[in-house]
Design a protein around this ligand. Structure first.
Ligand SMILES: CC[C@@H](C(=O)O)C(=O)SCCNC(=O)CCNC(=O)[C@H](O)C(C)(C)COP(=O)(O)OP(=O)(O)OC[C@H]1O[C@@H](n2cnc3c(N)ncnc32)[C@H](O)[C@@H]1OP(=O)(O)O
Length: 275
């Protein structure tokens, strides 16, 4: 295990090329504290070569997948730490939301796929955190998002409203505002209908098995194609994307590696047929 953040309530480790970001604060139901936000700020800040400490950590340790998870049963996160926010001054909290927002942005803008494992509820900023990753996998069917921010008279501040629009093109900006104002919850079935849940597992064991399989498949993909494919996320215009996809297909079609893998496929099939 390679560690970047080693807190009792918040840790970031790489195990077998998978980066696990784990929230483990049962006493606050995984509320995001001022200290966690300061750590997020520190590791999201771009430094050498325009890379943040977090991105450098992922690159140096050949990370292939990022997993955001909770180790507390029945809850993903209760959102902003309300006790911290109640006790601290506005000055002390001035970087609080922007740091968490920067970390959320890093998760979906970096070129490594990310997934949140949900096995319970996410409230307020916790729901925004769950929206930050590319994918959401549910363990069981009790995962839900609760936009409770307006209970505390603030809008969503960690990038969740734009992420929701990005992930669910069927939700207009007006609908999203209305959902926040009206303190809506999105329960499991509706999350599935909105394509916010990409996969559901019966238990954590099956989920980790699928994660490992995913990691292995990524590892087996040649690095240059991996980089070319992940670069697609930087291309915004549809016509440019089509051109780019043609270009990278032609670059790899029937080159040495393509031919070699077709040959290996037939060799394996013939061997299996003999057994
Ligand atoms: C700026 C942040 C803002 C944003 O931008 O979005 C937000 O995130 S606003 C906060 C949104 N969060 C909420 O609305 C959730 C508030 N919490 C609850 O509704 C409930 O606690 C719960 C999460 C549904 C869990 O309920 P339950 O299982 O019944 O446990 P308890 O209520 O008894 O809580 C246990 C324990 O945890 C503490 N707790 C819970 N949430 C938070 C929080 N967000 N911040 C700090 N501490 C939290 C709660 O106070 C209890 O502590 P003790 O009383 O010391 O046992």
């Amino acid at each position: 295990m390679i560690k970047l953040v080693d807190g009792e309530d918040f840790s970031i480790n790489i195990i077998n090329n998978i980066c696990f970001i784990t929230f483990s604060s049962p006493s606050t139901r995984n509320a995001i504290s001022l200290r966690m936000s300061a750590v997020m700020q520190e590791i999201s800040w771009k430094k050498e070569n325009n890379l943040s400490i977090f991105q450098k950590f992922l690159a140096d340790n050949n990370c292939l997948l990022i997993v955001v998870q909770s180790s507390v049963k029945g809850i993903f996160s209760s959102g902003g730490n309300l006790s911290d926010l109640k006790n601290a001054s506005k000055e002390l909290c001035q970087n609080y939301a922007s740091s968490i927002k920067a970390f959320c942005k890093l998760l979906h803008s970096c070129s490594i796929p990310s997934v949140t494992l949900l096995a319970g509820s996410a409230y307020g900023g916790g729901a925004e955190l769950a929206l930050a990753t590319d994918f959401r996998w549910s363990i069981g069917k009790k995962s839900d998002l609760h936009f409770t921010q307006m209970r505390f008279a603030i809008p969503a501040g960690w990038g969740g409203m734009s992420r929701l629009a990005e992930l669910c093109p069927q939700l207009s900006h007006k609908k999203i505002s209305a959902m926040i104002i009206g303190r809506h919850s999105i329960f499991y079935e509706q999350m599935v209908n909105l394509n916010l849940i990409d996969n559901t597992f019966l238990n954590i064991k099956n989920c980790y098995r699928a994660l490992n399989e995913w990691r292995d498949n990524i590892e087996q993909a040649p690095l240059d194609i991996r980089n070319d494919l992940m670069h697609r996320l930087n291309i915004k215009e549809t016509y440019q994307l089509e051109e780019y996809d043609n270009e990278i297909f032609n670059k790899y079609f029937l080159n040495f590696e393509h031919k070699k893998r077709i040959t290996t496929f037939f060799a394996k099939r013939n061997n299996n047929a003999k057994d």
